[in-house]
Design a protein around this ligand. Structure first.
Ligand code: C2R
Length: 178
């Protein structure tokens, strides 16, 4: 299957999406995983258009070494939930605001409102970077190297806010009448 579907034998995270048109939103997940040196694979799988491929992907992912699946889809976004129904691996869903969407609410609700027993960890609309971060955090529970890299990232967030505060061009405390 790996060669047929252009999958990566060493991948720990599988990033899948319903269409190649989702890539512009999903590439942030790949970029953040690359930043943390988390091996990943990236491919198109659609519950609607390629149901057999979806079934095979979900059923073989764990045996191939995948630990977390990030699934992005727009519109009637059934992909993340269907993948979650077929595997015991944690699935992170990324709702995509596709071109003919109802402001993105269609995909948000399709991914968020899963029935009891089949959770999908849903991030914000188009927020695939957060999906990559969450996948790294999950991997970090069993791997100190990933945990340390994520901790360093969190520190850098704090530092960047502090830097902005230091650069404020006026004194907020004296700017407004209280
Ligand atoms: N939601 C799904 C699924 C699925 O859930 O199986 N397969 C494709 N799609 C979504 O259809 C939108 C439009 O796709 P096209 O741009 O290919 O027409 C994409 O956002 C895709 O994720």
């Amino acid at each position: 299957m790996a060669a047929e579907y252009n999958l990566q034998p060493t991948a720990l995270v599988g990033i899948i999406m319903g269409s190649d048109s989702d890539l512009k939103f999903m590439q942030d997940a790949a970029q953040i995983l690359k930043h943390f040196e988390v091996p990943y694979e990236l491919t198109v799988v659609s519950a609607h258009r390629t149901p057999e491929r979806m079934f095979q992907y979900a059923k073989t992912a764990a045996d191939r070494g995948i630990k977390v699946i990030i699934a992005g889809a727009g519109g009637a976004a059934h992909l993340p939930g269907m993948i979650a129904s077929l595997t015991h691996l944690p699935v992170i869903g990324v709702p995509i605001k596709s071109s003919n969407s109802i402001d993105g609410w269609d995909s948000v609700l399709s991914i968020l409102q899963m029935p009891n027993g089949v959770p999908v960890a849903t991030v914000a609309l188009n927020a695939s970077k957060n999906a990559g971060l969450l996948a790294t955090q999950i991997l970090g529970t069993g791997d100190d190297d990933f945990a340390d890299k994520y901790k360093a990232f969190k520190e850098s967030l704090k530092d960047s806010v502090q830097e902005k505060i230091n650069k404020l061009s006026f004194d907020w405390n004296n700017e407004f009448d209280r």
